[in-house]
Design a protein around this ligand. Structure first.
Ligand code: 3PY
Ligand code: MG
Length: 254
């Protein structure tokens, strides 16, 4: 089993949207510290998620899975499939966070059911180690979640939070772009980071530019992601085609 995620050094990750083990293998070989397979906005199903998670693991990176929705069954399934950590979107209250912690941790911490084949991949003593070696990160991406963040981060079964800056901005009535400098958004981010620090929990966040990365490193975030492989693919392909068209002229009839 990979080493447990610790606070230092900063983990640098990427989202995987394409549900292909081949892509998982390349991402693992590139050297990302962790890869989050996205079942909220990506199109992986249970079988493809299983293949991608274990391909990531075999390729030497830490496989994390974002479930589609915050219900206990999804959290348990993600961990049973072999995710080393689960990210749960839109956990907006203490009660929801308690439900997620119960689902993610074996007794006595929670009530995760014993089963699945994670032990076949990670060793017979997986059940004894899983509570401390698998991560439960709840997404703070709504202003209601920010207002409950101190209580949520105090829960023993919660390992940290993953801030969703864009959904957070939308929940605050801000536009989906250029919200970063808005004082209310900055205050919400600062409050969330402070709650993580106060309770010794991991603070994780998405980033969108190198300046954004630099700022979040200086603020003390533990784990950062930078876009997805789909964005790199679409960005690089679109830009390459635009360059080619400068030499070849406009598109032919298709
Ligand atoms: C958001 O910005 O809403 C996210 O969920 C980032 O992953
Ligand atoms: Mg989001």
């Amino acid at each position: 089993m990979n080493q447990p995620l610790t606070k230092k050094p900063i983990r640098v990750g990427i989202w995987q949207q394409f549900p292909l083990p081949m892509v998982s293998r390349y991402l693992g070989q590139m050297g990302w510290d962790w890869v989050i397979l996205d079942m909220q906005h990506g199109c992986a199903n249970t079988e493809t998620a299983y293949e991608c998670l274990h391909t990531l693991h075999m390729a030497g990176t830490t496989p994390i899975l974002r479930v589609s929705v915050g219900v206990p069954a999804e959290v348990q399934r993600a961990l049973d499939l072999g995710a080393r950590g689960v990210i749960v979107p839109m956990v907006n209250s203490l009660a929801e966070a308690q439900d997620m912690a119960q689902a993610a941790k074996y007794p006595p911490l929670g009530c995760r059911s014993l089963g699945g084949d994670a032990a076949w991949h990670y060793g017979e003593d997986y059940p004894e180690r899983a509570n401390s070696e698998t991560l439960l990160l709840v997404q703070v991406e709504h202003i209601d979640a920010v207002n409950a963040v101190e209580d949520v981060m105090a829960l023993p079964g919660i390992d940290g939070c993953f801030i969703g800056p864009t959904d957070l901005a939308l929940s605050m009535g801000l536009a989906r772009k250029d919200y970063e400098q808005h004082p209310a958004h900055r205050a919400a981010m600062t409050r969330t980071l402070a709650a993580c620090r106060a309770h010794g929990k991991l603070a994780c966040c998405n980033t969108y530019s190198l300046a954004d990365v630099q700022e979040k490193v200086s603020q003390g975030f533990d784990c950062l992601t930078f876009k997805s492989e789909a964005e790199f693919f679409m960005g690089a392909g679109t830009s390459l085609l635009a360059q080619l068209r400068k030499h070849t002229g406009p598109a032919a009839d298709r």
